[in-house]
Design a protein around this ligand. Structure first.
Ligand SMILES: Cc1cc2nc3c(=O)[nH]c(=O)nc-3n(C[C@H](O)[C@H](O)[C@H](O)COP(=O)(O)OP(=O)(O)OC[C@H]3O[C@@H](n4cnc5c(N)ncnc54)[C@H](O)[C@@H]3O)c2cc1C
Length: 411
């Protein structure tokens, strides 16, 4: 069978690893010019691996499958680098709902070596062909094949696997408009901020848990949660093409004296509204407009509480370069229900971890996680979705495992 995979990210890796020595002919179409370049992806920056049954996605992935994925990625590290991988277990914390997970943190600096090893390993198989610099713009279902087409290429395959992650939302939008029966549901998007504070405030938590994940049902009814904690990390822009948002990562060697993490609210909608991606994009764009271009807004926690534009920063210094933000008022961007949820979350967390609510701590907006369109793998025999673009995963571990599980159907 000729299988076309669109996108070379975590899900594709899980899939190819299972099928690399089968009789199937696998063609990978990746829009980036080489294996290391990609607009956004945790498989290229940060690299935290979590084994958990309650975070990372909403499909059931057996723990043994997740653990084999960890072994796979760690086996691609040099022996000396393997020793620098931080690892640990999350734990319960006073009233907040804990999210239990075992984790391994590879770090941005070591990831490119891991990815290179993965890629070199796959390239040794004759039935696996990589086509870099090929952005698939359209897929067309025919009776006996699927046609993938881009600016200057066209390819026919028996089955197309879309594994374009979150950054491939353009292709997913076009495909679901063309074949609406693929969409199972689409009503949620996670919207919030990136929070940055001095390492010493959360030092004991970072040492004991490294990645603290907690969630809270706030008074507004929204579920707020922490995500992607980066001890001694840096805040970065996430480029969605027509707008930018904020994100964070850290190296195994550590690069700052600050810790950053996301605080996100899960927003969901009821009929007639059915465009959560449009909603998240609109709010992100608004922050860029107010920031005067491809920038995000930065505010101190005190000014955020007082709804005052930040004019001067205090004792916490931002790790995001100055050219990427403007000091402003995030209250002009986020809907009230989200700001109320965020302030309640942070002030209650401050009771558990004193210093979290320190006036000079920094808030960057907007951070958005588009993970809402849940797509069906049963609508068409010849078209499948794996990883984050399927709406069922949101982590390296779940996306890779999703690819691996889907591959088993082809064995
Ligand atoms: C900055 C950042 C840090 C993160 N850190 C972590 C972390 O530490 N731990 C964790 O578990 N998760 C993390 N994540 C989330 C994680 O990266 C994703 O959940 C995971 O990579 C999803 O895998 P995927 O295969 O679905 O998509 P991706 O890994 O995103 O791969 C999609 C690929 O498809 C390509 N592509 C997109 N559109 C097209 C097209 N039209 N044609 C051809 N190719 C296309 C992209 O270039 C990309 O290479 C992070 C995300 C970001 C943005």
């Amino acid at each position: 069978m000729r299988i076309g995979i669109i996108g070379f990210g975590a899900a594709a890796i899980g899939f190819i690893e299972r099928l690399k020595d089968s009789d199937n002919e696998i063609h990978v179409f990746e829009r980036s010019s080489d294996v290391h370049r990609s607009s956004i992806s945790g498989i290229r920056s940060d690299g935290k691996l979590f084994v958990s049954s309650n975070m990372g996605g909403d499909i059931e992935i057996p723990l043994r499958v997740q653990e084999s994925v960890v072994d796979f990625y760690l086996s691609k590290l040099l022996p000396e680098d393997r020793r620098t991988v931080r690892t640990g277990v999350s734990f319960d914390n006073k009233g907040f709902e804990p999210v239990n997970a075992k984790y391994w943190h590879i770090g941005t600096d070591k990831l490119s070596g891991v990815l290179q090893e993965v890629y070199s390993g796959f390239s040794g198989y004759q039935n696996v062909q990589f086509h870099f610099g090929c952005e698939v713009k359209d897929i067309e279902l025919r009776a006996d094949s699927v046609i993938l087409s881009g600016e200057d290429f066209e390819a026919a395959c028996d089955t197309a696997l879309l594994a374009v992650g979150r950054s491939g939302h353009g292709l997913i939008r076009r495909t679901t408009q063309k074949y609406p029966e693929i969409v199972l549901s689409n009503n949620t998007v996670d919207i919030g901020i990136r929070y940055e504070l001095p390492d010493h405030v959360v030092q004991h938590i970072n040492e004991e848990m490294y990645e603290f994940k907690v969630r809270l049902r706030t008074g507004t009814g929204y579920l707020a949660r922490t995500l992607c904690n980066n001890p001694s990390g840096v805040v970065v822009l996430e480029d969605y093409g027509d707008f930018v948002t904020v994100n964070g990562h850290s190296n195994s060697a550590f690069s700052s004296n600050n810790t950053n993490f996301a605080v996100l609210c899960t927003t969901s909608f009821t009929e007639p509204f059915n465009d959560p991606i449009g909603y998240g994009s609109y709010i992100s764009r608004l922050s860029n407009i107010l920031a005067g271009g491809r920038k995000v807004i930065l505010q101190t926690y005190r000014d955020f509480l007082d709804s005052k534009r930040t004019k001067r920063l205090g004792r916490v210094h931002p790790t995001l370069p100055e050219s990427n933000f403007i000091l402003g008022d995030i209250n002009l961007v986020l809907p009230r229900r989200i700001t109320l949820s965020l302030t309640e979350f942070i002030s209650r967390l401050n009771e558990v971890i004193p210093g979290i609510g320190y006036d000079d701590n920094l808030i960057y907006a907007v951070e958005v996680k588009f993970c809402s369109n849940k797509l069906s793998n049963n609508a068409f025999e010849r078209v499948k979705f794996m990883g984050d673009c399927s709406g069922h995963t949101r982590s390296i571990m779940y996306a890779t495992s999703h690819g691996a599980l889907l591959a088993e159907r082809f064995l």
